[in-house]
Design a protein around this ligand. Structure first.
Ligand code: DGT
Ligand code: CA
Ligand code: CA
Length: 574
């Protein structure tokens, strides 16, 4: 029975959704949501741990009851609690929650008043103008629901990179165990570190006559075999993710890896370069007439067409080919370049660990400093801090620092930007902090002019250092809010403020395009984990992936600086 952490997390999420639609106890709902998050982000497969007889690690938010449920799911593939809840409600109702603008209360009302239980029925009701007539809805909400439906249809088939990784890694490990197999590598958008992937493209090299294709279609997570050939097969996994596998001879490995890494637009542009040199470029190699001149490695393919190696993350036909020809490719940032993390939560607000635990985990990741940045009081759902609580935390941090070596804890806050652009805490409090992150957590729907003015006003506060998750997007769930990002970037630049690249896999905000824009505007980016538990520092790799897609070099990133240089930069605008 294939059960990955992502599958367990999905079950807990669905339980929480169903409980919420039914109006259950908020603490119970929250417990399931926290558990989903904890399990989903845990770095090792729980199934493997359980089967090896090892004791489960203490996961944040997971007590005895949830541990028992994890055991149940891992051993049976089912969860009785979920099965029971499902039995009490229309089957596809949780799908409705994925539409922007629809929370549990509204889903409940739509179901009760209009009998809406599926996406198709929702669309029908919205198109017929029936939703606007319900109490608490209105024409605007109806319009948002239609937009949300369109967005969902567009993105529903795509899987977040961090989720795809779980399925990819165990499949790669499985394929590597097939006798005779040499290279196994995931190409496509996955290798380019795109924020979501449509499907996985796996490349295998092995001598002819092997069993790799048979073994692939027989993988126990396969739900459906779409095609099964000698050099190419496609399957759909039980999770719904499609996987294409290609088998190539070793001498074509580089050419095939290059070809299937894409992107398509990049490939087409490079193929044109090859043609101009009288060469043919395809997935088998680079050819002059019938003669193969390159193909064993990717480097050889690039060299044959007169280019230096271009990192996969850059291959989007967004200027990388011109830059490569001119010898001006960026020297991309790597995970090892990060010296610190400026956005970390603890138990004091909605995180799971103590300051000390977070500091030690960051140190183990090779970081030199972290900033503790709890939510401010306005965000009651996240148990935001008031000035007295913050003052106590500041004292605690100061005490803690005297006993820590190899890691420095900075005093910070993630302060809410209120609707009028003022901040949720007074300057007298903010000035005691090393790092002030300002964040929009509500009123996403303000019109462009108002939203822009609101954020610009917040950036006028002399203590603000970083604008958190600047676009507000949640991948596949919420579009960026409407604001003039160019004006905002220029303001941050003039005020010595920095833009966050929030590395949570569901945010990745700034996105790649906006990173490129920040680089051009000369604004430094801070790649932050927004960690809520000690495991979340692992998400920094996704932030770095997005930064690389956005052409960022070490110097473009604030938290590659050592702590002395960091302090100077943080104080520049004050
Ligand atoms: P995805 O799956 O939508 O996230 O994006 P990709 O980039 O993984 O796209 P996919 O899976 O359709 O194809 C994998 C790679 O194969 C793609 O990045 C480039 C290459 N490829 C696919 N179709 C074509 C084509 O028509 N021409 C060229 N030159 N390359 C192609
Ligand atoms: Ca793909
Ligand atoms: Ca594909």
């Amino acid at each position: 029975m294939p059960v990955h952490n992502a599958d367990i997390a999905a079950i807990f999420e669905e339980i929480a959704d169903l409980l919420e639609i039914r109006g259950d106890n908020p603490f119970r709902i929250r417990a399931y949501r926290n558990a989903a998050r904890s399990v989903g982000e845990f770095g090792r497969e729980l199934k493997v741990l359980i089967e090896s007889g090892a004791e489960l690690p203490k996961l944040p938010g997971i007590g005895a009851d949830l541990t028992a449920k994890i055991h149940e799911i891992v051993t049976t593939g089912h969860c009785a609690t979920l099965d029971k809840l499902r039995g009490q409600m229309p089957p596809a109702i949780t799908e409705l929650l994925k539409i922007a603008g629809l929370g549990p209360k509204r889903v409940q009302a739509l179901n009760r008043e209009l009998g809406v239980a599926t996406l198709a029925q929702l669309k029908q009701a919205a198109r017929a103008g029936r939703i606007r007539e319900l109490a608490g809805f209105g024409a605007k909400t109806e319009q948002r629901i239609l937009e949300g439906l369109a967005l969902h249809a567009e993105q529903a088939q795509r899987v977040k990179l961090a989720v795809a990784r779980q399925y990819a890694e165990s499949l790669v490990a499985y394929l590597k165990r097939v006798p005779g197999v040499e290279h196994v590598v995931v190409a496509g958008s996955y290798r380019r570190m795109k924020d979501t992937v449509g499907d996985l493209d796996i490349l295998v090299t092995a001598p002819p006559g092997g069993t790799v294709m048979e073994r692939f279609v027989a993988y126990d997570e396969v739900r459906e075999v779409l095609s099964h050939g000698e050099t190419r097969s496609s399957v759909v996994l039980k999770s719904g993710l499609q996987v294409d596998l290609r088998l190539v001879p070793a001498e074509s490995y580089g050419a095939a890896l290059y070809y299937f890494t894409g992107s398509k637009a990049h490939n087409i542009a490079v193929r044109r370069l090859a043609q101009a040199r009288g060469l043919k470029l395809n997935e088998y190699g680079v050819f002059r007439g019938d003669l193969r001149v390159a193909g064993e490695t990717e480097e050889s393919v690039f060299a044959a067409v007169g280019l230096p190696f271009i990192a996969p993350e850059l291959r989007e036909d967004r200027g990388e080919i011109e830059a490569a020809r001119a010898g001006r490719l960026p020297d991309l940032i790597t995970l090892a370049d990060l010296r610190g993390d400026l956005h970390v939560h603890t138990k004091a607000s909605d995180g799971h660990n103590t300051i000390r635990e977070m500091a030690l985990a960051a140190k183990a990741q090779g970081l030199d400093y972290i900033a503790i940045t709890e939510h401010s009081r306005r965000l009651t759902v996240a148990r935001g801090l008031d000035p007295q609580q913050l003052a106590r935390q500041i004292d605690e941090i100061d005490r803690l620092n005297t006993g820590l070596t190899g890691i420095t804890v900075l005093r910070g806050i993630e302060v809410d930007i209120l609707e009028d652009g003022t901040l949720d805490l007074p300057d007298s409090v903010l000035q005691r902090l090393n790092v002030v992150i300002a964040a929009v957590h509500g009123r996403f729907e303000l019109p462009r002019r108002k939203q822009t003015e609101r954020i610009l006003r917040a950036l006028d506060n002399r203590y603000v250092n970083v604008l958190a998750h600047p676009s507000g997007r949640l991948i596949g769930e919420r579009e960026p809010y409407d604001a003039d990002m160019l004006r905002i970037m220029r303001k941050t630049k003039s005020r010595h403020i920095f833009l966050e690249l929030n590395a949570q896999p569901e945010r990745l905000d700034l996105d790649d395009i906006m990173c490129q824009m920040a680089r051009e505007e000369g604004v430094l980016v801070s790649i932050n984990s927004d960690a809520h538990s000690t495991f979340d520092f692992a998400n920094l790799r996704y932030g770095v992936g997005q930064a690389r897609r956005g052409w960022l070099e070490r110097d473009n990133v604030l938290n590659t600086r050592n702590i002395k240089a960091l302090h100077a930069l943080l104080n520049a605008g004050r």
